[in-house]
Ligand binder design. Structure first.
Ligand code: FMN
Length: 185
């Protein structure tokens, strides 16, 4: 799949998760792509926890995920993303680590899409609960979670078809200006 194709096809598919396990090689491939994201001063402040196995996933989702996200209990794998915001904030208050983590997460989502796997970024999750359950150091901040799964429908295209057909985005003219704020592009 070409990069632009993966960008176009990526969509959030928490309702379309197969329980089939995801091979470790694929998870490694995705995490390696994730780690190639740019970061301010190449600090790579992101940290990931891979939760795998029916019982482990069910336990984490039941205890830490909001009701609206309970459906991801079915997933064979969860990837949880953390950064240490305090450690990565300059004395003047500037911090880039959440930007770094966002770039890494997009790599993750695109790499998974490229491999025909479904994802769904989510923050309606209790970081404090995750810390308790998974022995995460207190100074770490929860950023986002995603399930990682094969598509329930057997192919990525089938799983994504309906959601992609309903996708809405602002038009470029609503968010892009030319040469100065407010000037049409
Ligand atoms: C930072 C962030 C937090 C999100 N949190 C949730 C969430 O808790 N639950 C959920 O169902 N979707 C969540 N989403 C998914 C968005 O709703 C979704 O990306 C958006 O509607 C665009 O749809 P698409 O990803 O299919 O293009 C989150 C997405 C982002 C980027």
């Amino acid at each position: 799949m070409e990069t632009l194709e993966a960008i176009k096809k990526r969509t959030s598919l928490k309702e379309h998760l197969s329980t089939r396990d995801v091979e470790r090689e694929k998870i490694v491939k995705i995490l390696e792509a994730t780690s190639l994201a740019p970061s301010a001063m190449n600090k790579q402040p992101w940290r990931f926890i891979v939760v795998q196995g029916k019982k482990n996933v069910e336990d984490v989702v039941t205890k830490a995920f909001w009701e609206t996200n309970q459906v991801v209990k079915k997933a064979p794998v969860l990837i949880l993303v953390f950064v240490n915001i305090k450690e990565n904030t300059f004395p003047d208050g500037k911090t880039f680590c959440l930007t770094d983590a966002g770039l890494a997460v997009e790599n993750l989502l695109l790499a998974a899409t490229d491999l025909g796997l479904v994802t769904h970024p989510m923050t309606a999750v209790s970081g404090d609960e995750l810390k308790k359950i998974l022995s995460i150091p207190d100074e770490m901040d929860f950023v986002i979670a995603t399930p990682l799964a094969y598509p329930a429908e057997g192919s990525y295209e089938k799983a994504a078809q309906e959601r992609l057909s309903q996708r809405t985005r602002k038009e470029l003219k609503e968010m892009v200006y030319m040469n100065a704020w407010g000037k049409p592009f």
